[in-house]
Design a protein around this ligand. Sequence first.
Ligand code: FES
Ligand SMILES: [Fe+2]
Length: 335
Amino acid sequence: MASDGRRRRRLPLSLRRNAVAWERQRPTWRDAKPALIAGALKRAQARPSGNWYVVGASRDVGGDRPLGRTVAGQEVVVWRDTGGRVVAGPGVCPHLGAPLRDSPVRCGTLVCHWHGLSLNGGPFAGWEPFPAHDDGVLVWVRLDAVGGEEPLDAPVVPRRPVPTRALSAVYAGAGVCEPEDVVANRLDPWHGAWFHPYSFVDLTVADTPESAGEDAFAVDVSFKVAGRLVVPVRAVFTAPEPRTVVMHIAEGEGVGSVVETHATPLGPDASGRPRTAVIEAVVAASDRRGFALARAAAPVLRPLVRAASGRLWRDDLAYAERRWALRSTGRFPGA
Ligand code: FES
Ligand SMILES: [Fe+2]
């Protein structure tokens, strides 16, 4: 594998010869054993999260409006105090219940737009802050009443490339499903080249938690760039906590880059069905010269990365929603 990896690093872009038509690629369903995916999901769910939930992108917190999010039915507002520190708390004004997500932030203070009650992030008039954490890419809030686990001082943040040499983008979407449906989708790497042929080709699952010593899926896959141009990589998928699946690029172009998928329960919709947010952070790294230019062009690239991610997630959310729809009616074949 090492020599193969070296070859890949010299030639990041490959021209796909002997391209196999979509319908003629090897079926993966025999390898994608429902029990194997269910086992990986169960182990992920057993890991501690310390009651931390991803609520959004760090760069979306700041400015003159708080970030408002409902997590498991609990309204939450997040903003930055005068020192730039992220603070969070309930999104219901303690006076007469105004939705604080619609209130402005003035000089680090959230000012209720109904009668002017001011919150600086500390406890006030019955309003109690929630612990908040800014990891530089994502903002997390700790909700002990929702999570019900032993609280942890900080969330389980995946290992990432050094920020100064990385480009990050965050995509957020939502669907009718539970966090476990999002995680189960990510723990099924076999669907990649079948379900997303516009992005992935030549996919082989090289290691599963059964074959490898660690609880990870290793996948050899090529990202489609344009036409027959592809970037072959080895990607390793792990679930460090119950609502996160991380893909590390272990070999090939962008080695060290990560794509983190975080599932945050939002609460029921009008029909009582669960809704879940998918917040995906792409933290791309490269030691190639061109990448310094790519970083400088970050404001332009970011929407592109997000759009690519958005296309994948439209399909993956459909997968997660389908899984929930079948599960909730006792029709899921992988149960
Ligand atoms: S409801 Fe917020 S100050 Fe009255
Ligand atoms: Fe997918």
